[in-house]
Write a protein that binds this ligand. Structure first.
Ligand code: ZN
Length: 203
């Protein structure tokens, strides 16, 4: 099972980190040991003092595909859920400055909490999906899938040009603005529309 993530897919978030809006999707991956399921707690790693939450819609691949055409790409996922792309921002900034890969800052153990999924249909995708993150009861991030620079279909088509997609593969589709540092005892809650999909306590 593979986990892909899209960086800089919401204009306001790219801006808040001082990044240009990309011409092509920015893709990176996380190993399966990054997954955190069943609302398990997240333990802050000892190599960072600045781990940020990034709430993201996650699509689950339901069919094997390679070089998928964009017009058919929505047929390759049938569930959407919510996940957090935890990022060691201090480490990522050091790596970025040296032009090095982001894996250490993005792919560490527990860096990919994953919540529940809902079934997708084409009208849901067309109308856009609202999602949000509460930290200790206050909304800190909110977005709508229609604000994505690259649509679900574009992402699936793009990724499948390089990597064969298989059943169960996950794609974290990018985070809206509002990322910030998490601290011990923070309680994170992710919502799709008004439905609680994910809870994660920071330890
Ligand atoms: Zn992210």
């Amino acid at each position: 099972m593979k986990i892909f993530c899209v960086g800089r897919n919401y204009g306001e978030h790219a801006k808040e980190l001082g990044n240009a809006v990309p011409e092509n999707p920015v893709i990176f991956s996380k190993p399966d040991t990054a997954l955190l399921k069943n609302n398990d707690p997240f333990y802050l790693p000892d190599f960072s003092n600045d781990v940020h939450h990034e709430i993201e819609l996650v699509i689950k691949i339901c069919k094997t595909g390679k070089k998928i055409e964009e017009q058919f790409a929505n047929n390759y996922f049938n569930e959407i859920g919510l996940g957090i792309d935890f990022t060691a921002r201090d480490l990522q900034s050091q790596l970025k400055a040296k032009g090095l890969p982001w894996e250490l800052a993005k792919g560490f153990d527990g860096s990919a909490p994953l919540g529940n999924f809902i079934s997708v249909n084409s009208s849901l995708v067309e109308n856009g999906i609202n999602f949000s993150l509460k930290k200790n009861g206050t909304i800190v991030q909110q977005g709508n899938s229609n604000e994505m620079i690259f649509s679900f279909a574009k992402i699936v088509a793009f990724v499948s040009n390089y990597f064969t997609l298989k059943v169960g593969d996950l794609i974290y589709t990018g985070t809206p603005a509002g990322v910030s540092k998490v601290s011990i005892d923070d309680k994170l809650e992710g919502f799709i529309e008004t439905e609680l999909m994910l809870t994660c306590e920071v330890k």
